[in-house]
Design a protein around this ligand. Structure first.
Ligand SMILES: [Zn+2]
Length: 145
């Protein structure tokens, strides 16, 4: 995955979440959309901040050049960025989110949990290299690609 694909990637996860909610609850649920994109919402925020910070220059042209260069980049800025990304893309985060949703939304937590899990499962097949999904991090670091 390159970060330029992130927008399309996020929309796909969200639409899949809506389809899951329609299948299991009979209606399109905004929360299902949200739970399907939570991993990327959390992990891309630091990256977007870094992108703006590193792109800031004297002229708008230089800013746009750097901003586009960083958008096409397929690696993290630093370890902090990498850790945040991987902290949302593993089974422990999924279990944590499931428990939280069980307390807050007891009637629909199973569907919300499936939405989050669907994100992880899709990412296994669509992300590679630095962004490859490491489901059991920090206990192992093997990837599926
Ligand atoms: Zn993701």
């Amino acid at each position: 995955m390159q970060l330029q694909d992130l927008g399309v990637d996020c929309i796909f996860h969200g639409v899949l979440g809506l389809a899951i909610s329609k299948q299991f609850l009979g209606r399109y649920l905004t929360l299902a959309f949200l739970f399907s994109v939570i991993p990327d919402l959390i992990d891309t925020t630091p990256y977007q901040i870094q992108k703006f910070r590193h792109s800031f220059k004297e002229s708008i042209k230089e800013f746009l050049n750097d901003f586009l260069k960083f958008t096409r980049r397929d690696q993290f800025f630093d370890n902090w960025d990498r850790h945040i990304y991987r902290s949302t893309h593993n089974v422990f985060a999924w279990i944590f989110i499931t428990l939280i949703s069980w307390f807050i939304f007891p009637d629909i937590f199973v569907v919300l949990s499936i939405c989050y899990l669907s994100h992880l499962l899709i990412d296994i097949f669509t992300h590679q290299d630095e962004f490859a999904t490491r489901l059991f991090i920090p206990f192992q670091i093997f990837t599926f690609k």
